[in-house]
Design a protein around this ligand. Structure first.
Ligand SMILES: [Zn+2]
Length: 151
């Protein structure tokens, strides 16, 4: 094990979220509602990474996420990887996949959009292409994935 990894405590059972761009750490925390969890969570912030320069890691004890929950992370950082840990061993590695639809996590950029004026969940369709774009279901406003604002 590399010294870097030792800085973050070993996990008996749970999920490790790795390769989070450090400036996106708090968005990941919000998206997964980690602040509401009762289990222990270890955060490694601004760790050195050969591939990324700096990255952050989150280790969540005793928690396993559904694919739907995990795939929401594609909105903030498509290169995040997840490891599922059981008995101190990685039993599964997952990559995030941008879903076809995003419900209730992205804010519409159109101030006149009904979702900005009524208490309702937003809904975006993902238009895949060279650069992923999102289209608001209600007002058809298109937003590039890089510029989305989370709710
Ligand atoms: Zn809209």
């Amino acid at each position: 094990m590399k010294r870097q990894e030792l800085l973050v405590a070993a996990l008996e059972n749970g999920t490790v979220i790795d390769h989070i761009p450090s400036n996106k750490l708090f968005e990941v925390v919000n998206l997964l509602h980690l602040e509401e969890m009762k289990t222990s969570i270890t955060v490694g912030y601004n760790l050195r990474s050969k591939k990324m320069g700096h990255k952050s890691i989150i280790k969540i004890a005793g928690k396993f996420f559904s694919d739907d929950e995990i795939n929401q992370l594609a909105v903030v950082s498509p290169n995040v990887t997840l490891s599922v840990i059981r008995d101190y061993e990685v039993v599964e590695k997952k990559e995030v996949v941008l879903p076809d639809e995003l419900r209730g996590i992205v804010k519409c950029a159109n101030p006149k959009c009904i979702t900005n004026n009524e208490p309702m969940k937003t809904l975006f369709h993902v238009i895949s292409g060279e650069k992923a774009m999102l289209r608001c279901h209600y007002c058809n406003k298109e937003i590039s994935l890089e510029h989305v604002k989370l709710i």
